[in-house]
Design a protein around this ligand. Sequence first.
Ligand SMILES: Cc1cc2nc3c(=O)[nH]c(=O)nc-3n(C[C@H](O)[C@H](O)[C@H](O)COP(=O)(O)OP(=O)(O)OC[C@H]3O[C@@H](n4cnc5c(N)ncnc54)[C@H](O)[C@@H]3O)c2cc1C
Length: 316
Amino acid sequence: ENFDRLEKTNMSSDARDQFLEFLNGNAYIIAALTAVVAMVGHFFLNRFMMTRATGKKEDGPASAGAVLDVDEFRPFALQFVEKVSHNTKILRFALPDSSATLGLPLGQHLSLRIVPDGDTDEVRRSYTPISPLDARGSFDLLIKVYPEGKMTQFLDKLRVGETVDVRGPKGNFRHDPARTRKYGMIAGGSGITPMWQVLTELLKDTSDGNDTSTGPIDEISLIYANETEDDILLRKPMETLAAAHPTRFRLYFVLNKPSENWSSGRGFVSETMIRNEIGGPERGKRVLLCGPLPMNKAMKTHLSNIGYAEEDVFKF
Ligand SMILES: Cc1cc2nc3c(=O)[nH]c(=O)nc-3n(C[C@H](O)[C@H](O)[C@H](O)COP(=O)(O)OP(=O)(O)OC[C@H]3O[C@@H](n4cnc5c(N)ncnc54)[C@H](O)[C@@H]3O)c2cc1C
């Protein structure tokens, strides 16, 4: 039939003869190519239909779909523990295989679920991994252990090989590089973990082919509040980042129980400290908050007094 159709075209008879000869001589190759094209077409059509049917992308093994689920809790085994300070630990949890990534979007967190020993009620709490978003094979949580804390007491006693139920991603944070060029950040205690995740990602050098979808960002100013110097989490790596990015990352520590020779901020984070370190509202600037409830409330009041609109302030 195809040959008949060719006969009806207005190709010159020489060209037509050569083409027919080519088709005859390469029938097997053409049949094989046709089969490959049909298989590839079938594969993409299938993916398209599945995406339409479920509203989700059918993800590969190193993606959110494969590792985390928004609704269903899945068990993750503790792989390694590192004591960081008198009340803080890094817990490393294994992913299903060494090439898998957690698939957490920037600024999102996980929900952990446990049923404490001798209890029937489950406990759920939020945690933001401090490992890079593209880390493969495992993810790290920095946990501040509270003497009466239900979840953190459980995590403190968790042994390597034991599991915790995790689901995610959770959270409403979205970074829009077209809208936000500067961030002010105010964190208290373990509230540093979402800030750490966002700032390490946005300060990444994108000139060497790294993902540019998130940044780079023009400026980040972080005010980090704690009780004592020993309570400051991630101090070394943050100071290293500040030294590496002197024009893009400013870091200001505040202690409410400082030693005599402490030279940075003292007391609670004040309006003056925010004016000095983060400055007033500007087009393209947002302020992120993560700390204990009373601190977040006080910071919102300070920011409002300085002139920030509600939509320029985000609380994790
Ligand atoms: C988005 C998000 C991300 C978070 N990421 C982390 C993280 O990476 N690492 C981490 O350690 N925590 C993180 N937290 C806090 C975490 O969710 C828990 O609130 C915390 O671990 C305490 O849980 P718990 O069950 O042990 O204590 P609870 O049983 O809830 O509380 C026991 C007592 O501990 C004290 N307490 C509890 N939480 C705080 C607090 N934040 N500040 C001061 N006192 C407190 C209170 O006095 C309370 O009476 C995050 C919270 C949010 C919202």
